[in-house]
Design a protein around this ligand. Structure first.
Ligand SMILES: Cc1cc2nc3c(=O)[nH]c(=O)nc-3n(C[C@H](O)[C@H](O)[C@H](O)COP(=O)(O)O)c2cc1C
Length: 174
């Protein structure tokens, strides 16, 4: 059995077509994200997003990115900041796997997006304090990454990966 094309063909572009993503397609992406598994079904992921046509909201999210990421994202069709809830709602304990669960949700979102011809470029390079203040992120929540989304148009493509033999060890670490 081969790896499915949606996974094989995904990559993170820097070049996006000048084509908007519809609100209904974005809603589908968030619905896919929300189907991910999470510890105690906490669903700690949150997403604050803006479409480029909503100029003011887009500018605010853009200002949450580090300079290196601001350059290539100035005209992407959509930007979002991913956020986690830091503690379990049911007992207040620290959720040590909140970011793991956010990653699963973004993984779902990514595969769903790929099936719709939409590409993601995730970014660790954000300014968390800007996001907290400018996006009104409440106490108990933490901004984690940003994601640029859009339809791909350009000349990049899938990148090399290390072989499976270097990432999966049968029995003990080799
Ligand atoms: C959590 C995370 C953080 C990343 N941060 C950045 C970033 O700040 N800036 C950037 O240009 N790319 C960033 N990337 C994109 C990676 O460089 C890219 O995914 C990696 O080179 C593999 O390429 P591929 O996604 O095309 O397979 C990030 C990706 C992930 C998953």
């Amino acid at each position: 059995m081969a790896v499915i094309d949606l996974i094989k063909e995904r990559f993170s572009p820097y070049e996006f077509a000048d084509k908007a993503i519809s609100q209904s397609d974005l809603n589908t992406l968030f619905e896919a994200a929300g189907k991910a598994a999470s510890a105690f079904n906490e669903q700690p992921w949150r997403f604050v997003y803006a479409l480029r046509e909503d100029e003011q909201a887009f500018k605010v999210i853009h200002e949450c990115l580090v300079e290196g990421n601001q350059g290539w994202t100035a005209n992407v069709p959509a930007l979002m900041i991913t956020v986690v809830s830091k503690n379990y709602a049911k007992n207040g304990n620290l959720n040590t796997v909140a970011q793991h669960d956010l990653g699963l949700a973004v993984g779902n979102l990514s595969v769903q997006a790929q099936s719709m011809g939409i590409y993601l470029h995730q970014m660790a390079g954000i300014i968390p304090q800007n996001a907290i203040e400018k996006l009104n992120i409440p106490e108990g929540y933490e901004p984690v990454t940003a994601i640029a989304l859009g339809y791909y148009e350009g000349e990049s493509g899938v990148k090399e990966r290390v072989p499976v033999s270097e990432i999966a060890f049968k029995g003990v670490w080799k």
